[in-house]
Design a protein around this ligand. Structure first.
Ligand code: GAL
Length: 540
């Protein structure tokens, strides 16, 4: 494997990819979409008020990277200054070209019968220089049109304010590592509330703080490529919590009359003990605290603040390293109170699960200092789970996670804002079909258990720029050939299956549509047309 591949694999450690003994399995599984038989349960229906949707993010789909008055984001900067860092040398300059082809997105959302579209706003498209002293009218106009067109088609917008597209200008002034970002982010959020809040009623402040800080500020895989897994990672997380809370309070204090709801998009894998030993059980709980808990506990727990185990373990590790104080900066009581309760709902992005263990082998396993070393644990995926790239299919993990959230965070309204499976090109995506069926079954199981889950968004509506993987990994219900200037969206088998689930509100395990059926008709039509043209040419 080339060095980029190795870095990528290492980089994905916290996403639950890595178990040392699984590295070879992951490599061997690349390109493998394993269809899995899912036990057919009795036909259960999703409740009438349950919503289905699909998700995307601005940098991954919009293109028009320097059109319409947009400024540079830190991703524009990364792909220009270090193009080789992207596995296939591509970038998001054009992507799905949704800045121009948003009608195509609305058409496929309609075709799916989606109730919800989760999309993000590009910060530098609205504020080209990052700060709110200059607002780009073309950026405002673009999202106004998108929102209006969604509503005209009965699709509810779920708007993510920040999905990793930090204006490069602000990145150069410290980005997520300076507390100034709390002001910058609050001012930016206010501009969106002012301009879109009359129609947008569901706001997600920041996408996946844990993944963003890990990939961007701990292991340096994503922009801005900072490597500091034991110090800056925590600083990034701290500022994200404060910035999220600022946006929440601005909304509640200045825009309450708009009557919308606001939360942040957390991410979590589900941790399960690899044995019944007290060490593994404690390690599993700690793993949840170091991933979900770091961001969920300050907002959704009764007491607020970071989880106590998280505080204690980082303090212990810092002491072992001879530091005079913990690498985790504590919040003041005022800050704890400012952050606590700043979520009207809990939004969760979930992809896979892990088995967790703690024994002597973990002591020197991780880089020092780092959050994994602080946590003193290791995890792996069951090799029998059908996997593709870093995602291993284990639907029951989502059921367990939803019940965990219900029990630990006072049974909040839960929106699943991302869930999806990786593949390569091709319309016959059996692995994704099995994945959706298994994970949606888990959602039904959670509903049966009284979990307040109200929305399921598939990641992703269509193929898009998958960060450092470029277009080498696909997540779309709809396929896009990145070389096609029209960026035609073609339904994969999973799109047809998803559409049927939305239509019937049940999961029919036997539904077996042929994704090539419509392309076959197109093929025949074009052959007939070609024949006709050559006949005309011969005659005249
Ligand atoms: C999520 C992220 C998305 C997308 C997805 C698939 O963590 O929010 O932008 O990249 O993973 O990898």
């Amino acid at each position: 494997m080339d060095p980029t591949g190795v870095i990528t694999i290492i980089g994905l450690a916290w996403r639950g990819l890595i178990c040392e003994n699984l590295l070879s399995a992951i490599q061997a599984d690349i390109l493998k979409n394993v269809a899995r038989n899912v036990t057919q349960k009795s036909l259960r229906k999703f409740p009438d008020d349950f919503l289905f949707g699909a998700a995307t993010s601005s940098y991954q789909i919009e293109g028009a990277w320097n059109d319409g008055g947009k400024g540079w984001s830190m991703w524009d900067h990364l792909v220009r200054t270090d193009p080789d860092h992207i596995i296939d040398g591509t970038n998001g300059d054009v992507a799905a070209n949704s800045y121009y082809f948003y009608e195509k997105d609305i058409a496929i959302l309609k075709e799916l019968g989606a109730n919800v579209y989760r999309f993000s706003v590009s910060w530098p498209r609205i504020l080209p220089f990052g700060r709110a002293d200059y607002i780009n009218p073309e950026g405002i106009a673009y999202y106004n049109t998108l929102i209006d067109r969604l509503l005209a088609n009965n699709i509810t917008p779920f708007l993510t304010i920040y999905h990793w597209e930090l204006p490069q200008n602000l990145n150069e002034q410290g980005g997520w590592l300076t507390e100034d970002i709390v002001d910058w982010f609050g001012d930016y959020a206010r501009v969106l509330f002012q301009n879109f809040g009359d129609r947008v009623k569901h706001w997600l402040t920041i996408n996946e703080p844990s993944v963003h800080c890990n990939l961007g500020y701990a292991i340096g895989l994503h922009a801005p490529r900072i490597k500091s897994p034991g110090v800056k990672y925590y600083e990034c997380g701290r500022h994200i919590l404060l910035a999220h809370a600022r946006a929440y309070h601005i909304y509640k204090n200045e825009f309450a009359h708009q009557g919308g709801k606001i939360g942040l998009a957390l991410d979590s894998e589900m941790s399960m003990p690899s044995s019944n030993s007290p060490e593994d059980i404690q390690a599993t709980e700690d793993c949840m605290m170091f991933h979900l808990g770091q961001f969920a506990h300050p907002i959704y727990s009764e007491t607020g603040n970071y989880p106590q185990r998280f505080i204690d373990l980082i303090a212990e590790a810092s002491a072992r390293q001879g530091l005079p104080e913990s690498r985790l900066r504590s919040f003041s009581q005022e800050q704890i109170d400012y952050i606590r309760g700043t979520g009207d709902f809990l939004s969760i992005n979930h992809y896979s699960s892990n088995y967790v263990y703690r024994n002597a082998s973990v002591v020197n396993m991780h880089e020092v200092p780092s959050l994994l070393d602080d946590a003193q644990l290791a995890f792996y995926k069951d090799p029998s789970w059908p996997s593709s790239f870093w995602i291993a299919t284990y639907g029951p993990g989502l059921h367990k996670l939803l019940v965990y959230i219900k029990n630990n965070y006072n049974n909040p309204i839960i929106y699943i804002t991302e869930n999806g499976f990786a593949s390569t090109t091709g319309l016959n995506d059996e692995g994704r079909v099995s994945y959706f069926r298994e994970y949606l079954t888990a959602v039904l199981d959670a509903i049966d258990d009284g979990v307040n889950v109200k929305l399921y968004c598939a990641w992703s509506l269509m193929d898009n720029f998958e960060w450092t993987f470029g277009y080498s990994i696909r997540f779309g219900l709809y396929e896009i050939d990145e070389n096609d200037p029209e960026k035609t969206r073609r339904p994969r088998k999973s799109a047809l299956v998803f559409k049927e689930i939305v239509r019937t509100r049940t999961i029919d395990m036997d539904y077996n549509p042929d994704p090539y059926a419509s392309s076959a008709i197109n093929k025949k039509t074009s052959i007939v047309l070609l024949a006709a043209i050559s006949l005309i040419k011969t005659v005249f």
